[in-house]
Design a protein around this ligand. Structure first.
Ligand code: NAD
Length: 429
């Protein structure tokens, strides 16, 4: 999440929490406990650079809450990383894991650096240095890191290797996001997009809509969007339009075909960053529209699967009156102001931290497999994923119906209530 002007993600995360705490009349001790991270670590990482100089990088790990299980969360490499961003993301991880009812808490970490300007050797030194500083306070039963912005499976393996040198054993459950050949889980690539559609499928049932009678428009054509489209079309849906970023023109475009897009065909002309080749799209008969056009289509379902802050007070009224469901694949695609409009218009929202929790759920499966050293087949992973996502969705939608809550509020209520209960059950508050 980028810092824009005075926007402070930690303040926003706390404001959201305060609202839910009021809603469920949380006692003041639990409120104080959950408003702040339980532990945070700030440390320096000295690196001998390729040119002979030594540079000191700043590293963080924030463990927001681990009452429900070992903390879990990614590690970001970013030049503008701030402790407040890391704190907010750690808190959101606590809620996300609780919302899908996996036995993990929330954490996040980071290093202030720009991998674009660092050699692989220098990046390896940062990864190993990060682990050396925190090895005693992370681990398969304490805190389990994962990749995030600008970190990859390779970074995770360097970190795991360093941890295992220090610990004197093999602990693949330390970290997730590993390649399948070295303790990763099959199904992780599909998990977020498929997970979103498992929840969408349930929402359609509740709205008495047959998937094959629905049409959708999607923002993004990367990992989440492509697998969401794959499963949505498999269950019968039609995708009318997708939008993506065009690196060459430094703008976004929407690609539309009236009889629906062809996933395989579009994938074949898409780069690894999820950018569609506009020349080839034109040859294949796709109309090219402005970037925001994805949001204005005459469809039943919108799936924002690209970035945060996309459905806003400025554009929310351009959403067609035909739209019944918004399934959020991206993190934070809808602003609070837009939420209010969607709520009054009775648009049903599957909120991000339920809709896109398939990724973290599959990471949890990776951790379970690594800890037991027994690896599952794809069918088993996807079957369990479907079960988890469906149960999570149903718990939230049932509460929303019963207490007449907006879906995002219901998801927060479910999550915060579970975490607060775990803290009480342990006798912390
Ligand atoms: P990705 O990098 O694979 O794809 C991003 C897509 O968004 C690309 O197609 C890109 O062209 C498009 N895009 C970028 N800017 C755009 C713009 N202004 N307008 C339209 N399209 C634009 O990323 P991803 O892994 O698919 O993640 C997408 C979102 O989902 C992010 O918010 C991410 O935090 C969230 N998310 C991802 C996962 C996961 O497992 N990958 C899990 C949870 C949440």
């Amino acid at each position: 999440m980028s810092a824009k002007g005075a926007y402070n993600p930690y303040e926003m995360a706390r404001a959201q929490f305060d609202r839910v705490a009021d809603l469920i009349q949380l006692d003041s001790a639990t409120r104080d406990l959950l408003r702040s991270p339980m532990r945070e670590y700030h440390f320096t990482i000295p690196v001998h650079m390729d040119d002979g100089s030594v540079r000191i990088f700043q590293g963080f790990r924030v463990q927001h809450n681990d009452a429900r299980g070992p903390a879990k969360g990614g590690i970001r490499f970013h030049p503008q990383e701030t402790i407040d961003t890391v704190r907010a993301l750690a808190m959101w991880m606590t809620w996300k894991c609780a919302a899908v009812d996996i036995p993990l808490g929330g954490a996040k970490g980071g290093v202030v650096c720009d991998p674009h300007n660092l050699s692989p050797r220098e990046q390896e030194q940062i990864c190993r240095g990060w682990v050396r500083q925190i090895a005693r306070d992370i681990g398969p039963v304490r805190d389990v890191p994962a990749p995030d912005v600008m970190t990859s499976a390779q970074h995770m393996l360097w970190m795991l290797d360093e941890f295992e040198w220090i610990s004197g054993g093999r602990y693949p459950g330390l970290i997730t996001g590993k390649p399948v050949s070295l303790g990763g889980s099959v199904g992780r690539t599909e998990a977020t997009g498929y997970g979103l559609v498992y929840t969408l499928r349930e929402a359609l049932k509740e709205h008495n809509l047959r998937p094959d009678a629905t049409v959708a428009s999607v923002q993004g054509f990367g990992n989440v969007a492509q697998y969401a489209i794959e499963l949505y079309t498999q269950i019968g849906g039609t995708v009318l339009a997708v939008s993506c970023w065009d690196q060459e023109d430094q703008t976004s475009y929407t690609y539309r075909r009236p009889d629906g897009i062809d996933l395989a065909e579009l994938r074949s002309i898409t780069d690894r960053f999820g950018g569609i080749d506009k020349g080839k799209a034109a040859e294949l008969g796709y109309e090219r529209l402005p970037g925001e056009a994805w949001l204005e289509q005459d469809v039943d379902i919108l799936m924002p699967c690209a970035l945060e802050n996309q459905i806003t007070a400025e554009n929310v009224n351009r959403i067609s009156s035909r739209v019944k469901i918004i399934a959020e694949g991206a993190n934070g695609p809808t602003t609070p102001e837009a939420d209010e409009v969607l709520h009054t218009r009775n648009v049903f929202v599957i909120p991000d931290f339920v809709g896109n929790a398939g990724g973290v759920t599959c990471s949890y499966f990776e951790q379970v497999q690594s800890n037991t050293n027994l690896y599952w087949e794809l069918d088993e992973v996807l079957g369990r994923l479907d079960h988890k996502m469906t149960s999570a969705y149903l718990a939230v939608s049932e509460l929303a119906r019963r207490q007449k809550l907006y879906m995002r509020d219901a998801a927060y209520v479910v999550a915060v209530t579970r975490v607060a209960q775990a803290c009480r059950d342990r006798g912390w508050v």
